[in-house]
Design a binder for this molecule. Structure first.
Ligand code: ZN
Length: 359
């Protein structure tokens, strides 16, 4: 019987060299009524180094609550080694400026090495206008000089917007130069990848390495979150096991490929009854095309188990739950078609990989 991972307290998880912490488990930009799930964000810790995946709303306060964050300004972001962004949707990025602007007040003063921030590059071309033939008014392109920027350019523009604060902190508070604290990088697709943002966004490909240090090797693969491109799933291989983060995706072979044999797969999930209520046949605004469009970009409850099964995953953890207020009992139906261990993610849930230390 393969090992199964169960949720641990922060203290229990701290005994493991590799651990996973769900900082926020809600997907989507809405503030979900009746739910206090924070926006999507996950931390992986190996030894004392922290790796952050996505910066959904509230990741910072959640990071503090998790016990991984700043404590008395002694420890916290100074242990953050790298940040990975799966794709450029607002619910994954909206609290990214907090990381950039608050880091030097929350433990990153005098970093030994810059924090790497790695994310998708420029889409390169605008997506088509959905249901263009039915639209009365076609949208004007926003920021036509650069309508689909990648991580490096987006970050430059964000920092420009905060130039007053940045100059003030460096001149008046003698803060370290912000440009020394971070190092930004667009993920480069392998040269032989069939790049087709408006066609098939997930050409058959192998996972490719985007980061490596003494703790972890991180690889990426394109997943199907059309029309968003590039959208990535990430795999973290550590000496204690492997963790895959699906990012946002519909059912897709690349997700299965990168998840093969993973110890823990953190997978997004959407409750199609909610979609049905918004645009299904009995809703006030039925729209079968838009429903199909939503389903292509996300994975329904009954679809996620077979994906995890096909990959031979040991433990499947649902996160990025849309909507955030669907009851846990309903998410538990994702067990159908999956013979492994299913956990419905909650904020500040921890998992430990590898043997626990005795002390
Ligand atoms: Zn998304």
């Amino acid at each position: 019987m393969s090992s199964q991972y169960v949720p641990l307290t922060a203290e229990q998880a701290a005994k493991h060299r590799t651990r996973v912490t769900l900082l926020g488990t809600a997907g989507g930009p809405p503030w979900w009524d009746g739910s206090d799930r924070s926006g999507i964000s996950t931390a992986i810790t190996v030894n004392d180094s922290v790796y952050l995946i996505d910066c959904g709303e509230g990741w910072g306060p959640q990071f503090r609550k998790s016990g991984l964050g700043p404590a008395g300004f002694q420890k916290g972001l100074d242990n953050m080694r790298a940040v990975f962004i799966t794709h450029h949707h607002s619910d994954h990025m909206v609290d990214y400026p907090n990381l950039l602007l608050l880091a030097w007040h929350n433990g990153s003063d005098g970093l030994q090495r810059p924090i790497k921030v790695i994310g998708p590059g420029d889409r390169g071309t605008l997506p088509p206008i959905f249901a263009e033939e039915k639209r009365e008014h076609l949208p004007e392109v926003f920021n036509p000089d650069s309508p689909t920027p990648g991580l490096v350019e987006s970050t430059e523009r964000l920092l420009q917007a905060y130039a007053l604060d940045i100059n003030d902190r460096m001149r008046d508070n003698a803060k370290q130069d912000l440009r020394e604290i971070f190092e930004f990088e667009d993920i480069q697709l392998p040269a032989d990848t069939g790049r087709d943002p408006n066609g098939d966004p997930t050409p058959a490909m192998e996972p490719f390495e985007i980061y490596r240090d003494e703790n972890v090797r991180v690889s990426a693969i394109l997943v199907d979150h059309r029309p968003v491109f590039p959208a990535f799933a990430f795999r973290f291989d550590t000496p204690d096991g492997s963790i895959v983060i699906s990012g946002d995706t519909g059912v897709c072979r690349n997700l299965v490929r990168i998840s093969e044999g993973a110890d823990i797969l953190l997978h997004e999930c959407i409750d199609m009854d909610w979609v049905d209520g918004l645009m299904g046949p009995d809703s006030p605004k039925p729209d079968p095309n838009l429903m199909q469009h939503m389903l292509a970009a996300h994975t329904a409850i009954e679809q996620v188990g077979p994906q995890a099964e096909a990959a031979g995953v040991k433990t499947l953890v649902l996160t990025h739950l849309v909507p955030g207020n669907t009851p846990v009992e309903k998410w538990e139906k994702a067990q159908v078609g999956f013979s492994g261990n299913l956990v419905v993610g909650e904020d500040l849930m921890h998992f430990g990989l590898g043997a626990a230390a005795n002390s």
